[in-house]
Write a protein that binds this ligand. Structure first.
Ligand SMILES: *[C@@H]1O[C@H](CO)[C@@H](O)[C@H](O)[C@H]1NC(C)=O
Ligand SMILES: *[C@@H]1O[C@H](CO)[C@@H](O)[C@H](O)[C@H]1NC(C)=O
Ligand SMILES: *[C@@H]1O[C@H](CO)[C@@H](O)[C@H](O)[C@H]1NC(C)=O
Length: 821
């Protein structure tokens, strides 16, 4: 069976390299540019023997980036993280390590001190906590003349910092009070939302409050500012947990937003030293037609605006089911969140059939003051000055009804982005003023394999401007911090800290490229003919930029007016190069302004150009390479390379003994002797394929027929599963798979690795090593090639377009049931 699959994929892989690439265009969800590690303009920091650089804290006031790693804390230069300004060690003594080991933990991994909490208290003092061999401990750290030093007055930190370094947690410092959401015990079984340092307050230990939660983020919104109702600031907690309110054969995870009031002091008798304002609601990132829940929240970023009621909560979600990686980005408005908590209905539990509990909408009378609201002008008027004054009825209600019946739905009632083949782990957002003085949200997303995606968020559309490879080997992005002031991003990961600028405008090589990128940070400067960073450029009048639809028509015309003159050597094959600057573009060749059809056997379209077989005097003429790119649903074409082919004089043409790659023009000629053997010397990788092509030319037809037969046979036998749409026609399936494979090959060709001499075979074989699980035959290929998107089958589809319909979910469910059985 595996041999058969190997053959199928081998043929696939060979075949797709000789297909025209036109189908690989208009994949809206594909990042427009892929920036490889070597080109990524990165600054990195790592120290020998130290790992797990997962906690980051930016300090603009000291121009430092504080990094909490394993057994160590660093203060790095914020402008160049490669430069360590000072460091502190905070390791676990051997005695403690042994104690930890006796409790059944691994001495070398678990029983270390993973720094998890780093918060600013004052300009010169910080609060810092670590897991400390499953005995979480906090300390203070002073900053003196940019040097950091622990005060070495450690205190026990149960409920403030996780015991287990692999467990997720959240924390925030607000007005000298420390809020933490983590496990309160060694086993990790008792979750808690704790306020400490001044007025300690905690959650009730009840499954209706927190049920096996995974804490993701804590944040504060200053809702006391500019209000008429004397409202309080609120602390928002984001997490996922096992749902109590749904009955399901399996544990169903739901994402939640919970909030407490900053001024909460607990109750007098009921809820003594517990939150009297803890309310939570479900966060939905799905659409009615989608029926595919992105139910696990991974990270949140609160985009603050001058008026807090315009804040936007951006969040990343992944689904609970399916082996396949897929992520969604949703945005939630402050108004919706307030509406749900301030006006929404509560859920209430009722006991049915002896012991079973069912959660339903509460329809009885709600006590006054309304349970869970902060002390505001209204409650003060009624004589309730603090939460200690609240009546038992209100407190008992809140204790029993922490969950709202209403759900917090996303802006536009749908995800802003759905991305297949990717698991996003971190999100941060920058609001950028573009050349037209309008503001745009640029979303940065870190993946579990070490990529950074930069996406433009528009009202009804999201566009991935680029993906940047930040590590040589795949590792997850564990922390993502942005300095809008410096235009830098800071990434924490298991092996190192990485610094990357928000934009590298110089990578856009001409006006078309610069404008079509739709990068709000960059615009084309007509005076200097460069793609420049907007913040550094004051004269907006000379700038060309079009964020809304990437229309390059304002660009100076005739950007490419250089025509290369090439001499025809009759009987030879000829390569005309043409390089794409975008993953979304495809090439068209024109001969004397007439389109050369990809089906024409005289020519071969390949990724970086055109091959003309057996040139003769009849092939004289003007050859133009046109890059066609669909941006915001509109195709634009631009000539990116032009050649004039002509026969020079008469007589013997000297046959070059070497290929002639011309670095400047990107032109090279592949000379062939009459015997059709190709001399290969210092040829770029793509031409290796061409050689393969020559030798396989005769076999190609055979391969095609073999392939079609094998595929048909496999589909008939059910060996090749239908990707994504199990119940659809096989014709469609073939098309989707082919397009995604095509896309893979485009990207592979673009990775111009000089070492990879014969990638087609290698790729085909590594692919076969992967288990071909039911849902991911296409996606495992994708992952293997670091290309992380499956194209949608419709050219005009948007990133937020639903990809799954109900029957897919049922498919997944029944799959799971089968494996359980
Ligand atoms: C950043 O710091 C490193 C280490 O000190 C140094 O080698 C590098 O040149 C610096 N880079 C820049 C751009 O200053
Ligand atoms: C903030 O925005 C809200 C709703 O958009 C508005 O009612 C309020 O007046 C604004 N506040 C200020 C201070 O502008
Ligand atoms: C620490 O880093 C190592 C790799 O350096 C990684 O395998 C491990 O999962 C990390 N542990 C945590 C708790 O992040």
């Amino acid at each position: 069976m595996y041999l058969l699959k190997a053959v199928v994929f081998l043929v696939y892989n060979l075949l797709i390299r000789f297909l025209p690439h036109s189908q690989a265009s208009s994949l809206d969800c594909t990042p427009r540019k892929t920036v490889n590690y070597e080109d990524a303009n990165l600054k990195t920091f790592t120290k020998q023997g130290i790992s797990n650089y997962s906690t980051l804290l930016l300090s603009e006031e000291h121009s430092l980036l504080f990094v909490g790693a394993r057994d160590a804390i660093f203060a790095l230069n914020i402008d160049n993280v490669s430069e360590s300004v000072s460091q502190e060690t905070w390791a676990v003594p051997d005695k403690k390590k042994n104690e930890c080991m006796y409790k059944g933990k691994s001495r070398e991994t678990d029983c270390r001190n993973y720094i998890r909490i780093l918060h600013r208290l004052t300009e010169t003092r910080m609060y810092i906590c670590g897991t400390n061999a499953f005995q979480p401990t906090c300390d203070y750290m002073v900053i003196n003349n940019r040097k950091i030093q622990l005060e070495k007055s450690p205190e026990e930190a149960k409920g403030k910092c996780p015991f287990d370094p692999t467990q997720r947690y959240a924390s925030i410092m607000v007005d000298g009070e420390f809020y933490s959401a983590t496990a309160n015990n060694f086993l990790g079984s008792e979750p808690i939302l704790l306020r400490s340092l001044k007025n300690n307050l905690r959650t009730e230990y009840k499954t209706s409050w927190l049920n096996e939660p995974n804490f993701v983020h804590l944040d504060v919104v200053q809702e006391s500012e500019d209000t008429d109702d004397g409202d309080d600031d609120k602390i928002y907690l984001f997490f996922s947990e096992t749902a109590v309110e749904f009955e399901f054969y399996n544990k169903l995870v739901v994402s939640r937003i919970a909030r407490v009031c900053k001024g909460d002091l607990g109750g007098q008798r009921t809820l003594q030293r517990k939150w009297t304002t803890f309310l939570k609601a479900s966060l939905m990132c799905s659409t009615p037609e989608l029926h595919f829940p992105f139910n696990i929240i991974q990270d949140v970023f609160v985009l603050r605006t001058s008026n807090w009621s315009d804040n936007i909560f951006y969040a990343v979600f992944t689904p609970q089911w399916g082996q396949q990686d897929i992520s969604a980005v949703c945005a939630f408005s402050m108004a919706k969140i307030q509406e749900v908590f301030n006006e929404g209905k509560y859920k209430s539990s009722v006991t049915v059939e002896q012991s079973r509990i069912k959660w339903v909408m509460y329809s009885g009378t709600v006590p006054v003051p309304r349970p869970g609201t902060c002390i505001n002008s209204n409650s003060r008027k009624l004589g309730f000055m603090t939460s200690l004054d609240l009546p038992d009825r209100t407190l008992q209600f809140v204790k029993d009804h922490p969950l709202m019946d209403d759900v917090v739905t996303p802006i536009n009632n749908r995800p802003k982005l759905i991305k297949q083949g990717i698991k996003y782990t971190q999100i941060t957002v920058d609001r950028v003023t573009a050349a037209n003085q309008k503001e745009y949200d640029v979303i940065f997303l870190g993946t579990d394999r070490g990529y950074l995606h930069k996406a433009l968020s528009l009202e009804r559309e999201m566009f991935i401007i680029e993906e940047v490879q930040m590590f040589l080997t795949a590792e997850p992005v564990q922390s993502l911090q942005l300095s809008p002031k410096r235009g830098q991003l800071y990434i924490g990961s298991p092996s190192q800290v990485v610094q990357v600028p928000v934009a590298v405008c110089a990578q856009y090589i001409n006006c078309w490229d610069c404008v079509r990128a739709r990068d709000p940070y960059c615009a084309w400067d007509k005076t200097t003919s460069q793609c420049v960073s907007i913040s550094k450029n004051t004269n907006v009048l000379n700038l060309v930029q079009n964020i809304e639809n990437g229309d390059p028509s304002e660009c100076p015309s005739h950007e490419n007016d250089k025509t290369e003159i090439r001499t025809i050597i009759p009987g030879n094959n000829m390569v005309l190069n043409c390089y794409s600057t975008s993953n979304l573009a495809h090439m068209q060749w024109l001969l004397n302004r007439r389109l050369i059809l990809a089906e024409d056997s005289k020519y071969l379209y390949f990724n970086d150009g055109l091959l003309i077989f057996n040139v003769s005097i009849a092939d004289e003429g003007q050859y133009d390479c046109q890059s066609v790119e669909t941006v915001a649903g509109k195709p634009f074409a631009q000539v990116t390379a032009s050649y004039l082919l002509q026969l020079s004089g008469t007589g013997q043409h000297p046959i070059p003994t070497k290929a002639l790659p011309s670095a400047e023009s990107g032109i090279s000629i592949v000379p062939t002797s009459p015997g059709n053997t190709v001399r290969m010397a210092n040829l770029p990788m793509t031409q290796n394929y061409l050689q393969t092509e020559f030798t396989l030319k005769g076999l190609l037809v055979l391969f095609v027929m073999m392939f079609i037969f094998l595929l048909a046979w496999n589909v008939y036998k059910g060996h090749v599963p239908m990707p994504l749409r199990p119940s659809r026609s096989e014709d469609r399936m073939t098309r989707i798979t082919q397009t995604s494979l095509l896309n893979t090959s485009v990207q592979q060709l673009e990775e111009k690795s000089p070492l990879a001499t014969d990638p087609p075979l290698q790729d085909a074989l590594t692919v076969v090593d992967l288990p071909l699980t039911s849902l991911s035959s296409a996606s495992s290929l994708e992952k293997n090639s670091n290309n992380n998107s499956i194209p949608l089958e419709n050219a005009n589809s948007s990133c937020a377009r639903p990809l799954f319909v109900l029957d897919d979910l049922e498919y997944i469910d029944s799959d799971q049931l089968e494996s359980k059985a």
